[in-house]
Ligand binder design. Structure first.
Ligand SMILES: [Zn+2]
Ligand SMILES: [Zn+2]
Length: 236
């Protein structure tokens, strides 16, 4: 059986409009996290690779200089606020983008995103493994490994999980003590391959439950939904 590495009143995968594609500012997120009685949150905005992809596609990107996180202080409530990055796996060599505007993050979520990962699809497991070997001390979890959604049908990318051998990834992350994420947003929005997720949870030793919030609704509902789903499927 797996261990959940983060407490239920914490959330370590949240996006803001300050640095990526969330709807809310950091101050709004922090204020709402306080209302929800969260103890600790991590703002983990997208990496520069994803931001540049979005800028090309939608013409917009983050609004604030990243170095400002160094002097951030929460004056709204007692929620502990961390800043991280949802880093991008870039290629089959295991190269990873984990900066925003050149400011590298000490710790990061490692995710593969359609259109940003440009290695061969069938080398996705190899790419994860190489990245884990390079950066295992920095990786807090593997973001949404079972995500099953085609975000860019016009660009003809298949959902990445199509090519992932989840047993192989789970064994590898177990060996290196890297948690796998149960992603509340993709579960509640039915963007998760639940068959793969169940397969992953049968073998996983460490998991992290996060929201992947892009708005306040996303901060409130996905984590409780993920716990409910885990209970209903006899994983808790
Ligand atoms: Zn992601
Ligand atoms: Zn995310």
């Amino acid at each position: 059986m797996f261990k959940i590495v983060n407490a239920k009143n914490t959330d370590h995968h949240i996006h803001s409009c300050t640095f990526s594609d969330g709807i809310n500012t950091i101050e709004e997120i922090v204020e709402y996290a306080g209302k929800m009685k969260l103890k600790e949150i991590t703002i983990s905005d997208h990496s520069q690779a994803e931001l540049e992809f979005s800028k090309k596609r939608y013409g917009v990107c983050q609004s604030t200089c990243r170095y400002t996180v160094n002097s951030y202080q929460n004056i709204k409530n007692n929620v502990k606020v961390n800043f991280s990055v949802e880093a991008d796996l870039l290629d089959a060599k295991g190269n990873v983008c984990f900066d925003i505007q050149g400011q590298k993050s000490e710790k990061f979520i490692l995710s593969a995103h359609q259109g940003i990962y440009l290695g061969k699809d069938k080398q996705l497991n190899e790419a994860y493994e190489k990245a884990i070997l390079k950066y295992k001390d920095k990786i807090t979890c593997i973001g949404h490994p079972c995500l099953d959604h085609n975000y860019y049908p016009d660009l003809h990318f298949a959902p990445l999980e199509t090519y992932l051998d989840i047993d192989r990834l789970t064994e590898f992350t177990n060996k290196h003590k890297i948690p796998l994420e149960v992603n509340g947003k993709s579960l509640i929005k039915k963007c998760e391959n639940e068959k793969l997720l169940k397969q992953m949870l049968e073998k996983a030793k460490l998991i992290m439950i996060n929201s992947d919030a892009h708005n306040l609704w996303g901060l409130k509902y996905p984590i409780p939904f993920a716990y409910k789903w885990l209970k209903e499927n006899s994983f808790l």
